[in-house]
Ligand binder design. Structure first.
Ligand code: G16
Length: 547
């Protein structure tokens, strides 16, 4: 493409997607996220960048997902997906931020500079897959994405409303046809097919029962499970709630983020004592479980629990297959409950790495193991298997002794059921159901593996959340001055007290996390730390109150 044709980049911007706001926007934890009405020019420009990225990758397909995932309906967002289905390479986040913030007048020259900087061959073909969640602002933004792709003579392919992980999966399959078929149907066939195969090998026994309630967060995940439900042949009886009808609002008082943070049951879900419920988030990339006891107390089974359940079952199968030379590790963030980390290292004897929030960081760290299990406590995670692991397991499944073969074949089915590109609520749900069934477990027994330390999360609004800087995988803060000393002093007052603060990369707030040996102590510690943030980091609005 000759440089003169970059004029069209400006023409499209000015006529159809002009920059109407001077608010600085940054590529954050999971792409750009803000109020939907501030995003159209950003999404258009990301369409341009996706084409450049595709050409730098020799024409391999890049993904664009229009979603603000767990955020409420008025927000929206966009993130780019790299050719292997992973999040955009981090060194490109600065480029994305630069392109998103220049004026319309400087767009043509900045695009040209970026093309030179990354050495993109603009004569190559470029392909971009575009997906969106159920927000009413998503179709308009998806159209802006397509226009960005077209402006640089790339080929957009719109997938319509899909979960974020389905889009990641399709991008991966398009670039690597050994992984699967790059369509929504191809995804169902692979994941659900593997689940049904494994269910035929594992009869239902013990305390496990096949009824599962699901909170769909009034988003896309529940809708997709409604399609899947019909093909399950009775292997799992899904009772779906919060599918977006009856005035239910996306992520409002429901969904995985609400359940995890508030530790309350979601609205809209029928409550039956001890019935396990799976709660998805708005774009179907996070999953937590819970059940209510006969006194309506809620018992949460979060991402830490899913990680430990999956890791212990995979370890059991690896032992059965005698695949001892494969190493497995677990990756968590600072939000992981201290009790889960102790259980993983002391009981499961699996090494743990702690990294910054954001699945892109967890995924990267998990790649250093033959089998990497990564989960954020909020339910965002998956398992990834190296080529070495896949080859070793496949060889045992073929050549091993009968008992070894059995375990190795189950592992192959688990791998097929796993969306290795990114955390995926639907794939994770089938994985959890498989392990519970294989072990004959009730959710109560799953929860009995260890006792969580009581914890509390709070949000504080400040003038500029970037005034808070962190280090040591976000467990300590280096700015503003005095804040870390205050947090240390407060945490030191409580038995098993631990707390940290960090700026959110998806919402305009600062997050506070605290844990201690009782719920009241955790609640108090969180509130005191929130007050310290408010005072030392320029809090706005009402001062956080003590419980
Ligand atoms: C996104 C990220 C997660 C992260 C969460 C909260 O989730 O993908 O890795 O934990 O945001 O991030 P922060 O604390 O920086 O706001 P989702 O489900 O919203 O895409």
């Amino acid at each position: 493409m000759p440089p003169s044709s970059l004029r069209v980049v400006y023409a499209f911007a000015r006529e159809m997607h002009p920059k109407t706001s001077d608010v600085f926007i940054q590529y954050g934890t999971a792409g750009f996220r803000t109020k939907a009405n501030l995003l159209e020019h950003v999404v258009y420009r990301m369409g341009l960048l996706a084409v450049i990225r595709s050409r730098v990758k020799n024409g391999r397909t890049i993904g664009m997902m229009i979603t603000a995932s767990h955020n409420l309906e008025p927000d929206n967002g966009v993130k780019l997906v790299d050719p292997d289905g992973e999040m955009l390479e981090q060194s490109w986040e600065e480029i994305a931020t630069r392109l998103a913030n220049v004026s319309d007048n400087d767009l043509e020259s900045t695009t040209e500079q970026i093309i030179k900087q990354v050495n993109a061959d603009m004569s190559l073909k470029a392909s971009v897959f575009i997906g969106m969640d159920t927000r009413y602002t998503s179709p308009r933004l998806a159209a802006a994405a397509s226009n960005g792709v077209i402006a640089l003579k790339g080929t957009p392919r719109e997938f319509g409303i899909v979960t974020t992980p389905i889009l990641h999966y399709c991008v991966k399959c398009r670039n690597d046809n050994t992984y699967g078929i790059p369509t929504e149907e191809g995804y169902y066939e692979k994941i659900v097919g593997a689940f049904k195969t494994i269910r035929q090998k594992l009869p239902v026994f013990g305390e496990y029962n096949t009824t599962l309630y699901v909170d769909g967060a009034n988003g896309v995940g529940g809708k997709k499970l409604n399609i899947i439900r019909k093909s399950l042949d009775g292997e799992l009886d899904l009772q779906l709630f919060n599918l977006g009808g009856n005035g239910g609002k996306l992520n409002l008082n429901c969904g995985a983020d609400f359940v995890k943070v508030s530790q309350k049951q979601p609205v809209g879900v029928e409550h039956v004592p001890y019935q396990r419920v799976a709660s998805l988030d708005g774009d179907g990339d996070r999953l937590v479980y819970y059940y209510l006891d006969d006194k309506e107390n809620m018992h949460l089974l979060d991402g830490d629990r899913i990680a430990t359940l999956l890791a212990s079952y995979i370890a059991e199968l690896l032992k059965g297959a005698e695949a001892g030379d494969l190493n497995m590790g677990l990756v968590q963030t600072a939000y992981a409950n201290g009790a889960s980390t102790r259980y993983i290292t002391e009981e499961l004897k699996v090494p743990v790495t702690c990294v910054k929030t954001g699945v892109k960081h967890l995924h990267h760290a998990a790649l250093s193991y033959d089998i990497g299990v990564y989960f954020e406590a909020n339910g965002h995670g998956t398992v990834i298997y190296s080529d070495k692991a896949k080859k070793t397991i496949a060889k045992i499944a073929h050549d091993g002794e009968p008992e070894q073969r059995k375990s190795a074949q189950l592992l192959l089915n688990l791998i097929d059921m796993t969306n290795e590109t990114v955390g995926d609520a639907i794939s994770d749900l089938f994985l959890v159901e498989t392990v519970l069934c294989a072990r004959g477990l009730h959710a109560r027994q799953w929860r009995a593996a260890y006792a969580d330390l009581p914890c509390r999360q709070l949000k504080v609004t400040v003038q500029d959340r970037n005034a808070i800087a962190t280090t040591d995988a976000e467990r300590r803060c280096t700015a503003p001055e005095g804040l870390q000393a205050a947090v240390d002093a407060l945490a030191g007052k409580y038995a098993s007290g631990r707390a940290f603060v960090r700026p959110s990369g998806t919402e305009d707030i600062v997050r506070v996390y605290a844990e201690a040996d009782s719920q009241l102590a955790a609640d108090k510690l969180a509130a005191e730390v929130a007050q310290a943030v408010y005072e030392l980091a320029g809090g706005v609005g009402e001062r956080p109150q003590l419980p």
